[in-house]
Design a protein around this ligand. Structure first.
Ligand code: MN3
Length: 256
């Protein structure tokens, strides 16, 4: 082979190799960028006309004593939840979500960087609004009726369900939530989400469903009273579950 031809072919091979590695790099970038996991939904027909607002707790901040203490409830609702609402109103400005209802945002939000602030604060607003209604003074006890039957079928018994839900809530590394959900197949399942994600985020979570019960395991939910003892906080939660509300959610999800 002449020297010139050799140089030319080496150069071409080099270009080919470079292009191949460039293509492979593109492919792995495409693979690592999280693709939406859920269905692409059309724009909603009903639009919101007012800013998001902090909902009332529905009971006094000391009403969940001694299980959840007054100061934690004051800060959790009045500061943390309020901040999610303020930040959400700010985040939706100049985005496609500007006048979407919260449920419509939750179903459409993606894992893109552009959606991050809305995902965190929209999730924060949805999750806490749901959480306050999941709790009630003088509550606890056990589920009843159709929900109890479904829990018995799925988990074996209410106590077995509690064991699994507790294990899930303990297993969340850092900040997040544990959920009891009803899936599209009408079956019950327990899942967890990080940060302020929730099972209604169709474009983000691997297993989507309608939450029936949710437990906030962020440290801000328990640290003042329970410090690092998350298991004690989880045990206390069962004394506050508003099963009347959770039973109603189940009925609605099952029978419309
Ligand atoms: Mn919280």
């Amino acid at each position: 082979m002449e020297k010139r031809t050799f140089l030319k072919s080496s150069l071409l091979l080099g270009v080919a190799a470079a292009s191949a590695s460039f293509l492979n790099a593109c492919k792995s970038v495409a693979k690592s960028a999280a693709a939406p996991v859920g269905p692409t939904l059309p724009s909603p027909k009903i639009r919101r006309s007012k800013p998001f607002e902090l909902p009332a707790l529905g009971y006094a901040t000391d009403a969940l004593e001694p299980h959840f203490d007054k100061m934690t409830m004051e800060i959790h609702h009045g500061k943390h939840h309020a901040a999610y609402v303020t930040n959400l109103n700010d985040a939706v400005k100049e985005t496609v979500y500007v006048d979407y209802e919260l449920d419509d945002i939750i179903a459409r939000i993606t894992s893109s960087d552009a959606d991050k602030k809305i995902r965190n604060n929209g999730g924060g607003h949805w999750n806490h609004s749901f959480f306050w209604q999941t709790l009630a003074p003088n509550a606890g006890g056990a589920p009843t009726g159709d929900l109890l039957a479904a829990i018995n079928t799925t988990f074996g018994s209410y106590d077995k369900f509690k064991e699994q839900f507790t294990a899930a809530a303990k297993s969340v590394f850092g900040s997040g939530w544990a959920w009891l959900c009803i899936g599209k197949d009408k079956g019950l399942f327990i899942t967890t989400t990080p940060n302020q994600d929730n099972p209604l985020m169709l474009q983000i979570v691997k297993q989507s469903g309608t939450p029936l019960l949710g437990l906030d395991v962020w440290e801000h939910a328990y640290y003042l009273k329970y410090q690092n003892k998350r298991p004690d906080y989880i045990s206390a939660f069962y004394n506050l579950v508003n099963w009347t509300e959770v039973n109603a959610r189940y009925k609605k999800a099952m029978f419309g």
